[in-house]
Ligand binder design. Structure first.
Ligand code: SAM
Length: 291
């Protein structure tokens, strides 16, 4: 009882909602909905996540949103060095001065959307039970800023995980699928039911493993152009690629005739929906539009 608070050693039972609640109340803290704070109280799920990261002695693992350290302590116990990015100042104080003060642990306090990119990308891998409100934004930014470790393992809303692992033509395929598959092969590893979190969210979650490709699907010098074309093509899901390009500022100025020629030279009709196009078709269209 209250072991995490009164012992010298930090040994909070991360599966016990009453111990978590006591630690929070003894620090006058409360969970904040706006930061997507749902602690993972299932020990099996935590172990499975860590086994997907495969931490090795000496690895530098970046963790986004450590909370009270439910996953962090497992990574540290495997000999990894952990850099954690946490926005909640109350949690940050506990992590820094009580939980992991004597460990190979660095805490970067603040909004991960900013703080991640204030450091050079020295990571071996990135892991995070991501807050619902900014999870996909964080992943998008890592990719756009080319912060690309060999492996990333994220816990996300199931529907976001489904989009990341979707194939062209499936109902879940979106511009986020294209963005996250550019450099990675994404696999939905397992589902975590809402009841495995405290407090329980409204929806189930899933763990996605992102394994970096040997080579990006789009050459580095065409990456920016590719991503801006993808944004234009997917801007309105119900519209055809013709209508999306014609209503985009970047492409409409080139004229309808030019755009029709580009479709023809990419072997497209223009009546397709963006979510049906493969990477090869998207790349062919990008090149035709620049011809
Ligand atoms: N890792 C813990 C676990 O699995 O039990 C907590 C996960 S909880 C879903 C998300 C964590 O991300 C919370 O600790 C929250 O304060 C933190 N967080 C939310 N928004 C953040 C942001 N923009 N930058 C950094 N951390 C954030």
């Amino acid at each position: 009882m209250l072991s995490a608070i009164f012992n010298d050693m930090w040994n909070l039972n991360y599966s016990s909602t009453s111990e978590i609640a006591e630690v929070l109340s003894s620090h006058s803290l409360a969970m904040t909905k706006k930061f997507g704070q749902n602690f993972l109280i299932s020990p099996e799920a935590r172990e499975r996540i860590v086994s997907l990261i495969k931490p090795q002695e000496g690895d530098e693992i970046w963790e986004i949103g450590p909370g009270l350290g439910a996953i962090t302590h497992l990574l540290l116990s495997r000999g990894a060095s952990v850099k954690a990015f946490e926005i909640d100042h109350g949690f940050a104080a506990i992590l820094r001065s009580e939980a992991f003060a004597d460990e190979d642990f660095t805490l970067i306090e603040g909004d991960a959307l900013e703080t991640l990119f204030s450091l050079p990308p020295t990571f071996s891998s990135i892991v995070g039970n991501l807050p619902y409100n900014v999870g996909s934004e964080i992943i998008a930014r890592l990719i756009e800023r080319v912060y690309l470790p060999p492996v990333m393992v994220f816990t996300l809303q199931k529907e976001v995980a489904d989009r990341m692992a979707a194939t062209p033509g499936s109902p879940d395929y979106s511009s986020f699928s294209v963005l996250t598959q550019l450099d990675y092969i994404n696999t939905r590893a397992f589902i975590i039911k809402a009841g495995a979190f405290y407090p329980a969210p409204n929806v189930d979650s899933a763990v996605v493993v992102m394994k970096r490709r040997n080579e990006s699907l789009v050459p580095p010098d065409e990456r920016t152009l590719f991503l801006s074309m993808v944004r234009a093509l997917f801007s309105q899901r119900r519209k055809t690629i013709r209508n999306n390009l014609l209503s985009s500022k970047a492409y409409s100025s080139r004229g309808k005739e030019f755009i029709e020629k580009a479709f023809a030279s990419a072997s497209l009709s223009g009546n397709e929906r963006a979510e049906k196009l493969s990477f090869a078709e998207l790349i062919a269209l990008m090149r035709a539009l620049e011809a």
